[in-house]
Write a protein that binds this ligand. Structure first.
Ligand code: SF4
Length: 670
């Protein structure tokens, strides 16, 4: 059942007022991928009356006053992504598209949305506490580096003038706040919240102040280390950070939800649709990929330095029960409009489902080592049996035709599982991957990987061999697609050259999925970017110049010397420039392609293949991400070169995951 968004809907529920009003920077999609909907259903389940106002206009009061004043508090979130990340690229250019806005145009989410919405409420309908939540508030809860203003900013609580922040996954803290406010009891001792105080509570650790952090990199690094060491629900202490003459107080985190509680959260009565109030403004693209996707667990112990998931969701994985996942899919399968395809069964990392360290669950996460890193910790006892069993059960559900695993896979975990790793890989290859399997080695230079906290290139090559062997054994025409990062702290031009050589010589691919590093708030990599040092205080090279950051990416995706190199090193294929193939190709198409003389080739990336076709439109010649390649002479008068025409269409990425957006195959040929 939808959560009310209008007064009429409130009354139709038999409610005369609302206890809590949730305000969000994303539109209101009613499913478990929308944190606002998750919190709303959770609070309703626990007896509170909740309404939602999504993407309110900030220039007029009409939207924000629509539901009146809540009895208890306002809960404000920027959405499922930090609003500055959602609105700007790594080069600080404005993003035009937004998959979480009806119609797909990025015109509804203000910059620094938590601050904007908080000001909006204070201006037009003040009187009740404002509680910030979601990833933006969570990762900006202490003094932090802000890439977009290139400065250390105060805790978002000071800038927004809100009353508190619920940080991390906040079902329990939101519920306790609501109960305390309803009962008129003290709420400031609620775990998992931050608030402002004149004093430091007893036993809390005082971090370097905001003023010290903004003046001195060493103080900022020290504050970050204290922050990072006090995120675990079992071992963390309360923190205090002075801002001016007051303190930001961070209570220790909430405990993790139990599996049973997680089941309950994900089995709320979601409509799995966009609320009609917002749907009238257009299609919400993100729904295409999340409608039939299933979350099996929370948390990630990958703990990659650049990633915010471990900071927000925690480094301990909590898994749902198999029965709960099966019940959710049975519910989907019984819906009239279900097409038989489950788009994803996963979480932050798909193959962490059901695998956790026993010591961590009792004593908390280790502060001095990573669970994965270069080699998995033996205490993880990696065993994919539970996931194999779950996937087997899902495939057997009546009405389910196909089940994909599109969440990321940690290939080093598959290699480390001596008992069932091969079975899991075979299970994926045979049943759960189509055309390509996406993995994220992120780099191959050992120096850079050490800063990222990722495994070395030898593991990648070992996995590639295992994957290729498995695919050919199973008779599947499958390929690996790789995600890489350019300009990460520690990464110089020569590291990108090494990556480029590795891709062409060892992986035999021309990667297109190369992101330029974006320093998002409160990650280890961002701390390195700001201070130019690692956690131990040792200097780290960081590329700050935007042109040179781009040049690092171009070293891998735009090799001008590709033809010569490929010809000399791989006689089975030839590298040609798209510009040479087709003068009508646009600049973004002008990447070199590795084209075999004949047969099948893997298409990795975002090239609009139809622009290459010199004759007619070609559809249906591809399977998955591979293309039929033919050698042709085409219109010698206009195109004097012998060319290689690549026919077919490009498999579409989930558009909300792909920064380049979807690609179409229906453009007129060159
Ligand atoms: S013992 Fe190993 S797996 Fe467990 S928390 Fe520590 S590093 Fe992680």
């Amino acid at each position: 059942m939808f959560i009310p968004t209008t007064e009429k809907e409130v009354r139709s529920r038999g409610w005369d007022s609302l206890d809590i009003i949730l305000v969000s920077g994303d539109t209101y999609t009613d499913n478990s991928y929308n944190g606002t909907a998750v919190i709303g259903h959770w609070l309703i389940k626990n007896g509170f009356r909740v309404g939602i106002i999504a993407q309110p206009r900030t220039d007029v009061p009409d939207d924000i006053i629509r539901l009146g004043q809540p009895n208890l508090y306002w809960s404000v979130s920027a959405g499922c992504v930090d609003s500055m990340v959602a609105n700007y690229t790594a080069s600080k250019k404005f993003r035009k598209d937004d998959d979480f806005t009806p119609g797909g145009v990025n015109n509804r989410r203000p910059d620094r949305a938590c601050i904007a919405y908080s000001n909006l409420i204070k201006k037009h309908i003040k009187g009740k506490p404002i509680i910030l939540g979601g990833i933006e508030a969570s990762l900006r809860r202490i003094a932090h580096y802000d890439y977009w203003s290139d400065s250390i900013r105060r805790s978002i609580l000071f800038d927004s003038k809100a009353d508190a922040i619920t940080y991390g996954m906040s079902e329990l803290s939101c519920l306790r706040l609501a109960q305390c406010m309803r009962d008129g009891t003290e709420w400031k001792d609620t775990p998992g919240i931050c608030y402002i105080s004149n004093d430091v509570p007893e036993g809390f650790i005082e971090m370097p102040s905001y003023e010290e952090c903004s003046k001195d990199n060493a103080s900022f690094r020290d504050a970050f280390i204290v922050f990072r060491d006090n995120c675990d629900p079992i071992t963390a202490k309360g923190l205090a950070q002075k801002h001016g003459d007051r303190y930001l107080i961070q209570n220790p985190p909430s405990r993790l939800l139990t599996s049973e509680e997680l089941d309950s959260v994900y089995e709320s009565d979601y409509e799995n649709a966009v609320h009609p109030y917002y749907l009238k403004d257009g299609k919400v693209k993100a729904m295409e990929t999340i409608r039939n996707s299933i979350t099996t667990h929370r948390g990630c112990y990958g703990d990659c330095s650049f990633c915010a998931i471990a900071v927000h969701q925690g480094r301990t994985v909590v898994s749902r029960s198999e029965e709960s996942v099966i019940r959710e899919i049975q519910g989907l399968a019984s819906a009239k409009n279900f097409n038989g395809v489950i788009q994803d069964v996963g979480g932050p990392t798909a193959n962490m489902y059901g695998i956790e360290c026993y010591q961590k669950t009792k004593l908390g996460v280790c502060r001095d080592k990573r669970c994965l890193g270069d080699a998995p910790c033996p205490k993880l006892c990696i065993d994919h049996s539970r996931q194999i069993g779950l996937l087997n059960r899902i495939r057997a559900i009546p009405g389910v035709r196909k089940v994909f695993v599109n969440s990321g896979i940690r290939y080093d975990m598959i290699l480390a599982d001596k008992k069932r790793g091969e079975d899991y890989l075979e299970c994926l290859v045979k049943n759960h991957v189509s055309g390509q399997m996406k993995i994220a080695p992120e780099h191959v230079s050992r120096r850079v990987l050490r800063f990222m906290g990722k495994p070395g290139p030898d593991r990648l090559l070992e996995f590639k061999k295992r994957f290729d062997d498995c695919a050919s054994r199973c008779g599947q025409d499958l390929y690996l697609t790789y995600y890489f990062i350019a300009a990460h702290p520690g990464c110089r031009d020569e590291d990108m050259a090494e990556l480029s050589e590795f891709c062409h010589n060892k992986l035999k691919t021309n990667p297109e999925q190369v992101q330029i590093f974006t320093p998002t708030p409160s990650t280890v990599s961002t701390m390195m970017y700001r201070t130019g040092t690692d956690l131990a205080g040792k200097p780290v090279f960081c590329e700050y110049d935007q042109q040179r950051r781009h040049r690092q990416k171009d070293r891998v995706v735009g090799r001008k010397d590709a033809k010569h190199r490929c010809d000399s090193q791989d006689t089975s294929s030839r590298r040609v420039s798209l510009r040479r193939l087709c003068p009508y190709a646009k600049a973004q198409d002008a990447s070199p392609l590795c084209v075999p003389d004949k047969g099948r080739m893997h298409l990795d990336g975002t090239i609009r293949l139809s622009r290459l076709c010199t004759g007619q439109r070609h559809k249906g010649l591809l399977q998955g991400n591979s293309a039929v390649v033919q050698r042709e002479e085409v219109r010698p008068a206009r195109f004097p070169h012998r060319v290689y025409a690549v026919r077919g269409f490009h498999r579409r990425q989930p558009s909300h995951l792909s920064p380049q957006g979807p690609h179409h195959n229906d453009e007129p040929a060159g």
